[in-house]
Design a protein around this ligand. Structure first.
Ligand code: NAP
Length: 298
């Protein structure tokens, strides 16, 4: 049978760090018409890729929600942006639109469930340290690694991207992978954000022990929630963290330094909240959540 040559209409909602990573990969792919949607004006797609290649292209980006028929909507917002983005969801999600939510944490698709059916809605985790550079563009430090569940949209989503640009892995136990990412990133993010220092803090043994205790707390809640954490996970994560480049930051630290809101509720906050639900004490995450919320209240 002849393959369909229909141009795919793909929208990216949220043209920040991750929106740029995704946009950069789809920008030059044939057979795709790309739309960009963002809250603040953006005139360019500007990013330095991990191989040093610089992309700097003028784009037409929309700032006001209006109806557009899309085959795909890829959402690259932070958790706390969702309530403010509902007008976009109403206008951009039609009955045939396939929606992919890229972010880390739990229950990624919950804010979208009122707009479409579960068969058209897929969560996606991402490993891809990327941050705003001094020239106003973004710098992507590593080839992106995306993780998706064995969902009806999985193969079609993989096929959207150039084959060598990033890895998009189907993980059989999405809940466990989500929890593993959450526990490590909430601990690393909270410690770097509150200390105001990048990963060089993990050269200090007492800080490594604090990281261990925070991750352990999260893992106890994860297990109560049904995640199947392997016995080796914690030590592996600690070793990884000890050996991160000393200058590596975190998105929570970046947000603090830029005066942006910090993603607290979706990280340490959700660990505390679910700890209460399952009767698992989470004193460290409770304290860190309270401190991080204070920074957001400034
Ligand atoms: N950055 C990383 O290294 C990294 C790595 C792994 C995972 N993640 C996760 O990926 C998710 C996205 O993070 P990010 O770093 O890409 O965030 P980000 O840089 O803050 O980008 C979010 C973008 O969404 C836009 N936005 C916010 N509210 C909007 C609205 N109502 N309508 C339209 N656009 C709106 C923002 O616009 P403005 O220009 O107006 O702010 C911004 O451009 C987060 O959950 C994060 O934790 C990030």
């Amino acid at each position: 049978m002849k393959e369909s040559t229909k141009t795919q209409q793909v929208g990216i909602l949220g043209l920040g760090a991750i929106g740029h990573v995704i946009g950069a990969q789809l920008f030059q792919k044939s057979g795709i018409r790309l739309y960009f949607f963002n809250r603040s004006p953006r005139k360019k797609l500007q990013i330095q890729l991990p191989d040093g290649q610089e992309l700097d292209h003028g784009i037409a980006c929309m700032y006001h929600p209006q109806p557009i028929q899309l085959d795909w909507l890829v959402i690259c917002l932070k958790a706390y942006h969702y309530p403010g983005a509902s007008a976009w969801f109403k206008h951009l999600i039609g009955p045939e639109t396939r929606v992919v939510v890229i972010r880390n944490g739990l229950q990624l698709t919950a804010p979208l469930s009122a707009y479409t059916s579960l068969s058209k809605l897929m969560p996606c985790l991402i490993d891809c340290p990327t941050q705003l550079a001094d020239d106003g563009g973004y710098q992507q430090f590593q080839v992106a690694r995306l993780m998706i569940p064995p969902h009806a949209l999985a193969a079609e989503f993989q096929a959207l991207f150039p084959s060598t640009a990033m890895t998009i892995e189907v993980v059989s136990d999405f809940k466990t992978t989500s929890w593993e990412k959450l526990c490590a990133s909430a601990a690393l993010g909270a410690i770097t954000c509150l200390s105001g220092q990048p990963c060089r803090v993990f050269r200090e043994e007492d800080i490594v022990e604090l990281f261990r205790a925070l991750v352990k707390e999260g893992l106890a809640v994860a297990k109560a929630d049904g995640a199947k954490i392997t016995k080796t996970y914690l030590e592996q994560e600690i070793e990884k963290t000890r050996h991160y480049p000393p200058e590596k930051g975190s998105s929570m630290l970046n947000d603090r330094q830029k005066g942006n809101q910090i993603e607290v509720t979706a990280k340490n906050g959700v660990i505390s909240e679910l700890g209460k639900k399952y009767g698992i004490p989470t004193p460290l995450n409770d304290h860190f959540t309270a401190l991080l919320k204070m920074i957001n209240q400034k």
